[in-house]
Design a protein around this ligand. Structure first.
Ligand SMILES: [Zn+2]
Ligand SMILES: [Zn+2]
Length: 125
């Protein structure tokens, strides 16, 4: 038997291609990596050797560069949760709602057009 890729590595992470949240890299019985994102219903399998090598390099790279820690820090600063519908969203300039009365920044509008929720900016960054 050749050495299996399925040896117990420390946790390896790869972003879901839909929500870009880090998900655990798992290994199939045949030694091929895959990720599953339950909230998105995404299953991504890497089946060909070339892809697996590229995939491994990406995962190792993200690990080495502390990408996930940095992403988590970014998320705390730029990801908000709508107080009304509970949806989480990233800050983009279109969502900034300023009060026309005094031009002061009021908060960030929920991107869901059916929801009028506004995330108040308590501490402006
Ligand atoms: Zn996802
Ligand atoms: Zn909302």
């Amino acid at each position: 038997m050749k050495p299996s890729l399925a040896k117990r590595d420390p946790l390896r992470l790869f972003p879901c291609c839909v929500c870009s949240q880090p998900r655990e890299v798992r290994i199939t019985k045949k030694g091929k990596p895959y990720i599953i994102c339950n909230p998105c219903g995404v299953q991504m399998f890497v089946r060909v050797d070339t892809g697996i090598r590229l995939f491994d390099a990406l995962v190792a790279d993200a690990d080495r560069n502390d990408v996930w820690k940095r992403l988590a820090e970014l998320q705390q600063r730029y990801q908000f949760k709508c107080p009304k519908c509970g949806k989480t969203f990233w800050l983009t300039s279109e969502l900034i709602k300023t009060s026309w009365a005094n031009g002061k920044l009021e908060g960030y509008r929920c991107p869901d057009s059916d929801c009028s929720g506004i995330v108040r900016t308590e501490k402006a960054a």
